[in-house]
Design a binder for this molecule. Structure first.
Ligand code: UD1
Length: 420
């Protein structure tokens, strides 16, 4: 398995091109199943998770054409409605093919995504939404077997708590359902708006996305469309935090401040200046050190759980104490003991981590068990003294496009060490 060798202590200066959002691209790709006309996506990041979903879509009969960040998906004929375990277990977002298959083909058999390192992550809200639309769902040997012989019907669905995946799933099912669907307590994340924009470009009737109540009027079929994936707000935040850990000034080309929500205030309070400039954001840490800031992760526009590990990495060398409360996932502090190996002072008590900043971390061999945590370790390493070896780089390849290339261009000393 590949590793990353990083020698820290060099400030970052230069341009970083922000890629298309992974979490959005994966849902837009699933939406291609809703139409028998081609969906041409641009700004699709080149990531292992995208490759994985492409394999699944191909197994369902979708013709795919890829040229750099352009991807055309043609679901003229769906040849299979089975999403097998091997293609779903590695990436939870694959589960979102269930709704589109059910909406278009009136049946589907999709493997349950299974547990995940950051928490139990059930799919009960996804299934309840589809049942509310008239689907009959059975669970058998780890598979969801769903059918709706007469098609799905619009429904009023009130989510007991905010779920990004369930909101997206219900939206994709609702666009081809008979009648009106209303989603109450819907997720507000920018990826929801991106999906709604793409579905509207395909001819769907959706209103209210970006707010807590989404109203959908079902149509009998959707068209093809050309659609550009929005910039990745988590990648944006991660590189801004990298500048926070290492110092310097980077221009995040293509990034948008309005996508970052509460994280803007938290980063600025910590001493990372964010300035919108033509076509991107400048992120800089003018002072010698960041300062400790308390954060609570929350659904959008709150501080994103997907930036929590990266923020903690910066807090390890900030002046003063900071507390970090994780409210979205129950087991998302696994980076804390790894950061401690580099000299960080962190005490974790349930869902709260208290970080006491030290002047500098020291490089060490580290390993993370999920994607965003791995990026947290990279950020810590960029600011640390000496060499850090980050193991299990495949997590990073799932979600950060051309990571080493982007950082090397800004002066970082980072190299991939090929594994057997
Ligand atoms: C998406 C993102 C992920 C991000 C998360 C929260 C993708 C591919 N992934 O994940 O990067 O961290 O949003 O911003 O877009 N839950 C249930 N039952 C359900 C669904 C969710 O209990 O049926 C729980 C989850 O376990 C979690 C919480 O709800 O504790 C929020 O999860 P959700 O918003 O659904 O996250 P994902 O869509 O899985």
């Amino acid at each position: 398995m590949d590793k990353l060798a990083i020698i820290g202590g060099r400030p970052l200066y230069g341009d970083i091109e922000i890629s298309g959002a992974k979490n959005s691209a994966l849902k837009l790709m699933a939406a291609a199943l809703l139409s028998d006309k081609p969906l041409a996506l641009s700004n699709v990041p080149r990531l292992a998770d995208v490759d994985m979903l492409l394999r699944l879509l191909e197994a369902l009969g979708v013709e795919t054409k890829r040229n750099g960040t352009d991807l055309t998906l043609d679901a003229r004929t769906i040849t299979s409605t089975l999403a097998p375990y091997d293609l779903v277990r590695k990436m939870r977002a694959s589960f979102n093919v269930l709704g589109p298959l059910l909406a278009r083909e009136h049946q589907a058999k999709v493997s349950l995504p299974g547990g995940c390192a950051i928490g139990a992550r059930p799919v009960d809200l996804h299934l309840k939404s589809l049942e509310a639309m008239g689907a009959v769902i059975e669970l058998d040997e780890g598979y969801v077997i769903a059918s709706a012989p007469r098609g799905l019907s619009g429904a009023r669905i009130a989510f007991p708590f905010v779920s990004v995946g369930a909101t997206e799933h219900a939206m994709m099912a609702g666009v081809l359902a008979k009648g009106d669907t209303v989603l109450i307590n819907a997720a507000l994340e920018p990826e929801i708006v991106d999906l709604a924009d793409c579905l509207r470009a395909m001819g769907a009737k959706i209103e209210g996305d970006g707010g807590p109540e989404i109203r959908i009027t079902g149509v009998s079929s959707l068209n093809g469309a050309d659609y550009a994936v929005m910039p990745d707000r988590i990648e944006t935040g991660a590189y801004a935090l990298a500048a926070g850990a290492a110092g310097g000034e980077v221009f995040l080309r293509g990034a948008r401040l309005d996508l970052i929500g509460a994280a803007v205030g938290a980063l600025e309070a910590a001493g990372i200046q964010l300035t919108a400039r033509d076509g991107g954001i400048v992120a800089a840490r003018p002072a010698e050190r960041c300062v400790g800031v308390d954060i609570v992760t929350d659904p959008f526009p709150g501080f994103p759980t997907d930036l929590q590990a990266q923020f903690m990495a910066v807090m390890t060398t900030a002046q003063g104490v900071s507390t970090i409360r994780e409210t979205i996932f129950e087991n998302r502090f696994m980076h804390a003991p790894e950061l401690a190996r580099m000299g960080a002072k962190i005490s974790v008590n349930g869902q709260v981590a208290m970080v006491t900043g030290v002047p500098r971390l020291k490089g060490a061999p580290v390993m993370a068990t999920d994607l965003r945590a791995s990026m947290g370790l990279v950020i810590a390493a960029l600011g640390a003294e000496g060499q850090t070896m980050v193991n299990r780089v495949y997590h990073l390849d799932r979600g950060f496009e051309r990571l080493e290339e982007k950082l090397v261009r800004c002066g970082a000393l980072i190299e991939r060490v090929k594994g057997e």
